[in-house]
Design a protein around this ligand. Structure first.
Ligand code: GLN
Length: 301
């Protein structure tokens, strides 16, 4: 069968099965099968597929048709300009999560400007529930002076995050820890605690896409009945593990924004950042620092 015909048939099958973006999926899986880029597909429509290529393309399509996300079939997802390996052990990095990175970079920059007269300090940042490592890697790449930690409760996720760090020559920059949220971390350890925690409520399950519901790790998506259960544990732990004046930055959703605000009562400078669809996507708050405006200085004695 010719490449062009294989693609046309694939688009038709994906469309008939209501798979979103059928052409994109058909092309992506053919690029994966032939290990080529999109330009090659357009340049060689008449190229004959070998029997082996045809059969591998058909099995990739069959997986996609039963709902497996394309990223778990190809094993790749781009995030913050980096190609990351993904497996069903981790949540697939989402474009919205890049707002978490932007927020941390902006806050880190504000801190730097506010503290120009102080001796430079090394920022200590931790990514809680790192999964594929996307947040930790992006921050390690952007903040070459910072000390970056990445925590996950899943051994498999941590292994994959390490693989991704090695692929991007960042393994020397990130310390990996297997832990349940911040359990076991000392007081006043971090300047930034960053997380894309599970925050979907089991009560919202019907509204969650089949791909997410059935194929992404439940423990990375669902927090419990309301969606607030994990951040309700994380916030008090963060309040201990942060230095006074340190920032907690978390990904959230429109469903939990009000609940998250309640849980952050007593924190300072609360900020909420919307995503491109104008859904509240990031919440940031500063740990109270009594009488100590320059939180990393020693002015308060
Ligand atoms: N944003 C994800 C979704 O669309 C959920 C990820 C999370 O809970 N952190 O389902």
């Amino acid at each position: 069968m010719q490449l062009k015909q294989a693609l046309t048939e694939a688009v038709a099958r994906l469309t008939a099965n209501n798979v979103p973006s059928p052409r994109m999926n058909a092309e992506l899986l053919l690029m994966f099968t032939l290990d080529c880029d999109r330009a090659y597909l357009y340049a060689h429509p008449e190229r004959d597929l070998t029997a082996d290529e045809t059969s591998r393309y058909q099995s990739a399509l069959a997986e996609r048709l039963r709902g497996v996300p394309a990223q778990y079939i190809t094993g790749h997802q781009e995030f913050w300009g980096m190609d990351l390996i993904v497996t069903p052990a981790v949540l697939i990095p989402r474009p919205e999560t890049e707002h978490v990175i932007e927020t941390v970079l902006e806050l880190a920059d504000e801190e730097k400007r506010a503290e120009q007269e102080c001796p430079p300090n090394i920022l200590r940042i931790v990514d809680v529930g790192t999964g594929s490592g996307c947040i930790a890697l992006a921050l390690a790449g952007e903040l070459p002076q910072a000390e970056i930690h990445a925590i996950d409760v899943s051994t498999k996720a941590l292994e994959l995050a390490r693989v991704n760090a090695v692929r991007h020559q960042l393994e020397g920059r990130i310390r990996f820890h297997e832990a349940d949220l911040l359990t076991g971390f000392e007081e006043n350890s971090f300047d930034f605690i960053v997380s894309n925690p599970p925050y979907v409520g089991e009560s919202e399950e019907d509204e969650v896409q089949l791909e997410v519901r059935k194929f992404e790790p439940r423990s990375a998506v669902f927090a419990g009945p309301t969606g607030l259960e994990i951040i309700a544990r994380l916030i008090p732990q963060a309040s201990t593990a942060l230095r006074p004046g340190g920032w907690l930055v978390m990904e959230i959703s429109g469903t939990i924004v009000e609940g998250a605000k309640q849980l952050l009562k007593g924190w300072e400078e609360l900020r909420i950042i919307d995503d491109l669809q104008e859904i509240p996507r990031v919440i940031a708050a500063r740990k109270i620092s009594p009488g100590m405006p320059s939180y990393r200085g020693t002015a308060a004695g």
